[in-house]
Design a protein around this ligand. Structure first.
Ligand SMILES: Nc1ncnc2c1ncn2[C@@H]1O[C@H](COP(=O)(O)OP(=O)(O)OP(=O)(O)O)[C@@H](O)[C@H]1O
Ligand SMILES: [Mg+2]
Length: 259
C-alpha cells in the first residue's frame, strides 16, 4: 500500500474552450487522514473533486490511487478504483426510502453477504440512517439527508471519499454533527478529501489543509498550523474579531507556500 491513497499531480483542467481552472495543482491524501481544500467561490474546489472522480478529464497531469496510475479513467472506473464522490448540494432521491437510497451505492456489489456487512457498517457509523431506514428520504432534515449521502458513498467500500461542501445550507448545530461524521469516517479508516466554504470549521476537523488560489495549491500544511496563522486566518478563513487587518501581500511564514 502507498503512503498516499490519492495523489493529484500537476493537474491542468478546465471546461471547454474557457481558460483553465486548475493550473498545475498538486494534492496528496495520506491514508487515515482528512485533507481539506479551502478557497473562495469559483476557485476550482469542485473542479478538483470532479477531476479526481473522473467526471472531468484533466488536460495534463496524473491521478494516482493507492500507488496505481488511474489517469484517464471515467467515473465508473474511478469508483471501482476506490474513489467515491459526494457531490455539492443535495443528491438524495426524496421519493425513495433511506434504504433504497443507500442501496443505490451498492449496485456494483454482487455478493449479498458483502452488501449486508456494509449495510451494518454504515448503519453503525450513521445511527440516524438506521433509525430512518424505511422512511422516505425526503422526510429527513438536510443534515440527516447528508448522512444518507455519506452512507451511500461508503457502500462501495471506497479508499477515499471526496466530499464537496457537506455543510452547505446546514445550521451550525447540524454542521457540527456532519463534521463529527467526517471525523468518524476517518477514524473508521476511510481517507477524506474535503472541500468546504466553512473553512475554519473544516480545518478544525482536518489533518491537513490546502488553500486553493489561482488554480493551484497555494499554501498547505498541518491544519492546526494553518488555523494558528493569523495572517492566513484573516486572508482565507474569514478572520476573527481580534485578528489584525490582513496584510496586503500573502504571508510567507510557517506552512509551505507553493507558487
Ligand atoms: N460545468 C461547467 N462549465 C463551465 N464552467 C464551469 C463549470 N463548472 C464550473 N465552471 C467554472 O469553473 C470555475 C471553478 O468552478 P468550481 O465549481 O470548481 O468552483 P468552486 O471553488 O467549487 O466554487 P464554489 O465555492 O462556489 O462551489 C468557475 O469559474 C466556474 O464558473
Ligand atoms: Mg464548489
Amino acid at each position: 500500500m502507498s503512503d498516499y491513497l490519492l495523489e493529484l499531480h500537476d493537474i491542468e483542467a478546465g471546461y471547454g474552450r474557457a481558460a483553465l481552472v486548475l493550473r498545475g495543482l498538486t494534492v496528496k491524501v495520506p491514508a487515515g487522514s482528512v485533507v481539506c481544500l479551502v478557497g473562495p467561490n469559483g476557485a476550482g474546489k469542485s473542479t478538483v473533486l470532479k477531476v479526481a472522480s473522473g467526471l472531468l478529464a484533466p488536460r495534463s497531469g496524473s491521478i494516482v490511487v493507492d500507488g496505481e496510475d488511474v489517469t484517464g479513467r471515467g467515473p465508473q472506473q474511478m469508483l471501482a478504483s476506490g474513489l467515491a464522490h459526494v457531490l455539492q448540494g443535495h443528491s438524495v432521491f426524496r421519493e425513495m426510502t433511506v434504504e433504497e437510497n443507500v442501496m443505490l451505492g451498492a449496485f456494483t456489489v454482487r455478493d449479498k453477504a458483502t452488501v449486508a456487512e456494509r449495510v451494518a457498517f454504515v448503519r453503525s457509523l450513521f445511527p440516524i440512517v438506521g433509525e430512518r431506514w424505511k422512511q422516505l428520504a425526503g422526510l429527513l432534515s438536510g443534515g440527516q439527508q447528508k448522512q444518507v449521502e455519506f452512507a451511500r458513498s461508503l457502500m462501495v467500500s471506497p479508499k477515499v471519499v471526496l466530499l464537496d461542501e457537506p455543510s452547505m445550507g446546514l445550521d451550525p448545530k447540524t454542521t457540527a454533527t456532519v463534521f463529527d461524521q467526517v471525523a468518524r469516517m476517518r477514524d473508521a479508516g476511510i481517507a477524506v478529501l474535503l472541500v468546504e466554504q466553512n473553512a475554519r470549521r473544516a480545518l478544525e476537523t482536518a489533518d491537513v489543509g490546502c488553500v486553493l488560489d489561482l488554480g493551484r495549491v497555494h499554501i498547505s500544511g498541518p491544519a492546526p498550523e494553518l488555523l494558528a496563522d493569523p495572517q492566513l486566518s484573516a486572508l482565507y478563513l474569514g478572520g476573527r474579531p481580534s485578528d489584525p487587518a490582513p496584510a496586503a501581500s500573502v504571508p510567507t511564514t510557517n506552512p509551505s507556500r507553493n507558487r
